[in-house]
Design a protein around this ligand. Structure first.
Ligand SMILES: Cc1cc2nc3c(=O)[nH]c(=O)nc-3n(C[C@H](O)[C@H](O)[C@H](O)COP(=O)(O)OP(=O)(O)OC[C@H]3O[C@@H](n4cnc5c(N)ncnc54)[C@H](O)[C@@H]3O)c2cc1C
Ligand code: FES
Length: 265
């Protein structure tokens, strides 16, 4: 993990309030599911860095782990920090901390990979899709505009199935309904998105006896396991450290879904 002042290569709005941000950075090895924290302001407001998943490693042909000369992030403007980020231009520098987190366990090739994402949860799965063959992505989006984010998966060997809430593209309804039909006993599930979707994906997978890994999103202050701000309750007690919670930033963001106490989230 390093802290670096990196140059913005591009920061373009790809749909209203959705941006792709390219950062020049000679990266350490990055695995699918890693994330970075960006300091969007040099002032005191907002003081805390903001976490973002890594969508692409630029200039890398890696598989499994990637090393390149830049990274691409995709973000949605939801508040003050992301609005400040949206106003930044190519050539400006920004402070980055990363890569952070554990990343997805690399698939061993024996299972059929099902990725399930909701909204911005698609971001970390893009690099996982680039690392695998024969996987399927089930993508749940509010509408056609959000669903269009799945078009980048054309550069992977991954099949895409979409569910939209308004039925404007793909199947009308919840993406977890697609999971029920797609799941086989030899599947492994990788999920990222809203908590409700992750909980359902976990329940459906467990009922089918299938392993499900979830990438969680929590508000983060430090990103390195110090402030305890991103703790989630676990189902099992960690005897060694005598605790029944997990730090999403340093022990996650990817967990075996059976580890999480979903009712406490
Ligand atoms: C590990 C990790 C990876 C992430 N990856 C991405 C990514 O690739 N792209 C992306 O767009 N966002 C991602 N996020 C979420 C992103 O960090 C937040 O949207 C961002 O910090 C909001 O900052 P803000 O100052 O604009 O909003 P704030 O002013 O902090 O909040 C504005 C509003 O957005 C809500 N909000 C804040 N964080 C989240 C969140 N995580 N999920 C849903 N609502 C939230 C707040 O509750 C509030 O209502 C990730 C979060 C984590 C923890
Ligand atoms: S954000 Fe500080 S411990 Fe996770």
């Amino acid at each position: 993990m390093e802290s670096a002042a990196v140059k913005i290569l591009y920061n373009k709005e790809v749909a209203p309030k959705y941006f792709k941000l390219g950062l020049s950075w000679k990266t350490p090895p990055i695995a699918p599911g890693h994330f970075v924290m960006l300091r969007v302001s040099d002032g005191l407001d907002p003081l805390l860095r903001r976490p973002f998943g890594i969508y692409n490693v630029l200039g890398s042909k890696g598989k499994g782990t990637f090393k390149g000369n830049g990274i691409e992030l995709v973000y949605q403007v939801v508040g003050k920090g992301t609005q400040i980020l949206a106003n930044k231009a190519a050539g400006e520098t920004i402070n980055l901390l990363g890569p952070l987190g554990n990343g997805f366990p690399h698939p061993d090739g024996s299972k059929k990979i099902i990725m399930i994402a909701g909204g911005m949860g698609i971001v970390p799965l893009h690099m996982l899709a680039k690392s695998t063959e024969g996987a399927v992505l089930l993508y749940g989006a509010r509408d056609k505009k959000v669903a269009s984010m799945a078009k980048d998966f054309k550069d992977t060997k991954c099949k895409v199935k979409i569910a939209t809430e308004d039925g404007s593209v793909g199947k009308k309804g919840l993406v977890t309904e697609l999971l029920k039909t797609e799941l086989k006993s030899d599947s492994v599930v990788y999920a990222c998105g809203p908590v409700g979707m992750l909980k359902q994906a976990s329940i459906i997978s467990q009922a089918a006896g299938v392993k499900c890994y979830v990438s969680l999103e929590r508000s983060m202050a430090c990103g390195i396991g110090v402030c305890l701000g991103c703790a989630v309750k676990a189902k099992t007690h960690n005897e060694k450290e005598n605790k029944n919670y997990r730090m999403v930033c340093s022990e996650g963001p990817v967990f075996d879904s059976e580890e999480i106490d979903w009712d406490a989230l």
